[in-house]
Design a protein around this ligand. Structure first.
Ligand code: EPU
Length: 340
């Protein structure tokens, strides 16, 4: 069994760069190691928390119990047809490196999801998405260990119950599984998705014909121009979800703000960019010394160095209060808040 360490700083393990501690900490590189640990009665009373790339968590305090860092690697073609490749990847693989690998093999499907920080095992939990594609569009199945028993389960697409930045792992199964492997169904015959306006504009600026390779490059350029690099400024990408409201509730907003950007949000519903709501409340670029709001994307809260998770949490509450007051809309956090 891997070594269990005590009182470990999680600063290097979360992209906000917050200096919380784990009471206990363990890294696993193989599912057997996880199973051996989870099935040992000695540890059954410990609360268990799985960490992937740490790119979607806000640590508001120290973590009691044990943090299990998932370092399970591997990429394997498990099935192939004339049109598709089924690629199984270890939950500890870095997501963007997996995207680059699929591009090197000329397999399509996840090029729009280039440069998303985080691990493969975490990707289905919030159904990562960007530029018109979500992981659910290519997801086949995943394998996971039940944290209470160590037993392995397979989750099919329908078991995952995917929604916008949502899955069973954020609801009924929250905090109950360690995702060991994810299988994606990729395309040998590429289906390009350039519907998201910014991609077309970027391809034009690049003077490039659309292909999985140029789309990936365009997405990388767009992301780099808007989103802070977590290696330089601590952040967890979008902090809030884009809210979906009823058409009736949208009408008065549209009347006061005719320029409000909006998208169809399903039957009788409208999706609004949280970034616009937050910007309109005056938060964009907020600088409180150690922390604040990114100046090029109002949906991103940043640790400028030395912030506390509790400060960022408090700021998120203030932002939510002001959006509620001005627009009558309750924003929902996209990041997972962990800690005391
Ligand atoms: N906007 C503002 N102010 C800003 C930024 C954006 O008003 O500071 C407005 C713009 O008018 C723009 C609209 O918001 O038309 C949408 O902006 P953007 O295209 O940047 O997308 P987003 O809605 O802010 C979502 C995802 C991102 C994803 C992009 C691209 C969520 C919560 N966020 O952001 O995902 O990369 O679309 O598809 O759905 C993430 O989940 O961490 C993430 C970065």
């Amino acid at each position: 069994m891997p070594r269990i360490q005590e009182n470990i700083s999680l600063k290097a393990y979360n992209t906000f760069g917050l200096d919380a501690k784990a009471r206990w900490f363990m890294e696993i590189t193989h599912p057997y190691q996880g199973q051996e640990f989870l099935m040992d009665n000695v540890y059954s009373g410990l609360s268990k928390f799985v960490l992937g790339g740490g790119s979607n968590v806000l640590l508001t305090g120290d973590v009691d119990g044990i943090v299990i860092k998932n370092n399970i690697l591997g990429k394997e073609v498990v099935r192939e047809s004339d049109e598709h490749i089924w690629l199984e990847a270890g939950g500890g693989e870095n997501w963007h490196e997996l995207v680059l690998f699929t591009l090197s093999q000329n397999w399509g499907g996840i090029e729009n999801l280039s440069l998303i920080p985080g691990s493969v095992g975490a990707a289905p939990i919030q159904n990562i998405g960007a530029y018109g594609v979500e992981i659910k569009d290519v997801f086949d199945s995943l394998r996971a260990l039940n944290l209470a028993t160590g037993q392995e389960f397979i989750f099919t697409h329908s078991d995952c119950n995917f929604g916008y930045r949502d899955s069973v792992f954020k609801r009924e199964a929250k905090g109950r599984y360690l995702i060991t492997y994810v299988t994606l169904r990729l395309d040998k015959k590429h289906k390009l998705n350039t519907r998201y306006g910014a991609i077309e504009a970027e391809l034009e600026a690049m003077k490039a014909e659309p292909s999985i390779h140029t789309i990936s490059e365009a997405v990388i350029r767009i992301r780099q121009s808007k989103l802070p690099d977590p290696a330089k400024i601590g952040n967890a990408g979008s902090f809030f979800k884009n809210p979906v409201i009823r058409v009736e509730d949208f009408a008065p907003i549209k009347e006061s703000y005719p320029e409000v950007p909006h998208y169809p949000g399903g039957e009788g519903m409208i999706k609004l960019p949280a970034a616009w709501l937050i910007q309109t409340c005056g938060w964009k670029g907020l600088d409180r010394g150690t922390y604040g709001v990114h100046d090029r994307q109002a949906l991103v809260l940043v640790n400028r160095g030395g912030a506390k998770g509790a400060d960022l949490f408090q700021l998120s509450e203030e932002i939510m209060d002001s959006v509620r007051e001005k627009f009558g809309i309750s924003l929902e956090r996209e990041v997972n808040v962990i800690g005391k």
